[in-house]
Design a protein around this ligand. Structure first.
Ligand code: ADP
Ligand code: MG
Length: 329
């Protein structure tokens, strides 16, 4: 048997040799992911047949699928030029607020923008963009029409599910619903899609990271330590899958007193900035804590539309400009 293996190794790299078996004088050499060189296979068979007691020799080529994301097919939509994921290590840090205001700010730069809400745990786009309780329409029974408000197209996984029904979707079911909404929407031509990810680093997030053809990810974090630890996990997850981190946005960085105008760093200063530096990712900017942000969000008008010249809008526009520049390169 060792003879036979060493003969096979003369013709094919040993990393490609899956097995060499002898069934009663019939030798079968199985090669995995080897280049299918017929001449070599014939020469190998002839040499095996010259061995004593060998009646028959076969060479079989098999293909094994590549591991990890390399072989995973993307959910590709040719009309969408760029997709930016907005992610956070945990919920409630302002991921959706950032996604929506960023989308509006990118639209202000003249881009055709879509925003997609894939947060199965807490879809909030319907509220934030005023299409709550409005079911999506389909003219052909196959494709949904996206909502369009404040100059951006939008679709939310929340449009599929009942807001008051607690939703526990796991793994493939959640992935399947997101895939369907994402692919079966008539987006039209889009320059940038802002993709609101579910928070955290579980199975569904990994699936999306592998399936969506992201140009890069924006991580949103508050300055608090615990949120930052989660943000670090998020950065590591995307990097492991090979997706570029565009940078970190620090949300609720400080509070400006409406009376005296003094800045208070309630959650500590520079937390996200320092973490970004430590991780070697770009710091995209800070967004202050402002009660108007929440009030406007709840009323269905994002702050960039409600107060286009305010400090908050300026912050989002600066972040949007950095992202648009990053996409050009
Ligand atoms: N900069 C901010 N200032 C004040 N409130 C904010 C700010 N960012 C987010 N919020 C509020 O915090 C809550 C959580 O934000 P949201 O964007 O829904 O978080 P996530 O999508 O991460 O769960 C919402 O009520 C939102 O209006
Ligand atoms: Mg959200």
């Amino acid at each position: 048997m060792t003879d036979q293996i060493s003969i096979v190794q003369k013709y094919f790299d040993k990393d490609h040799i899956k097995s060499v078996e002898n069934f009663d004088g019939h030798i079968i050499a199985t090669l995995e992911n080897a280049p299918e060189d017929k001449q070599k296979a014939e020469a190998l068979k002839a040499e095996l047949l010259s061995l004593e007691g060998v009646k028959k020799a076969s060479v079989v080529f098999v293909r094994q699928k590549q591991q990890e994301s390399a072989g995973i097919e993307k959910w590709h939509l040719p009309n969408i030029k760029h997709i930016i994921g907005v992610a956070s290590g945990k919920g409630g840090v302002g991921k959706s607020t950032t996604a929506v205001n960023l989308a509006l700010a990118l639209a202000d730069l003249g881009q055709k923008v879509a925003v997609f809400d894939a947060d199965i745990y807490g879809p909030s786009l319907p509220t934030m963009l005023s299409f709550e309780n409005t079911p999506p329409v389909s003219y052909d029974g196959k494709m949904f029409e996206p909502f369009e408000n404040f100059g951006v197209k939008a679709m939310s996984i929340g449009s599929l599910i009942d807001r008051d029904t607690p939703l526990i979707w796991r793994g493939s079911k959640a992935g399947g619903a997101i895939e369907q909404m994402f692919k079966e929407t008539n987006w039209g031509d889009i320059d940038v899609m802002v993709f609101d990810m579910p928070p955290g680093t579980g199975d569904i997030q990994i699936t999306l990271a592998q399936r969506i053809d992201f140009d890069g990810i924006v991580i949103v974090s508050t300055p608090q330590d615990i949120a930052l630890i989660d943000a670090v996990k998020g950065v590591k997850m995307f990097e492991k899958i090979g997706i570029k981190i565009l940078g970190v946005v620090e949300n609720m960085s400080y509070y400006v007193c409406p009376h005296c105008g003094e800045k208070s760093y309630i959650f500590g200063q520079n937390g996200a900035k320092d973490t970004a530096a430590r991780l070697g990712v770009r710091f995209l900017g800070e967004v202050p804590l402002d009660t108007n942000v929440r009030e406007q969000a709840d009323e269905g008008t994002p702050i960039v539309a409600a107060d286009p010249d305010g400090a908050l809008s300026r912050a989002y526009h600066q972040i949007a400009t950095k992202i648009a520049d990053a996409l050009k390169n």
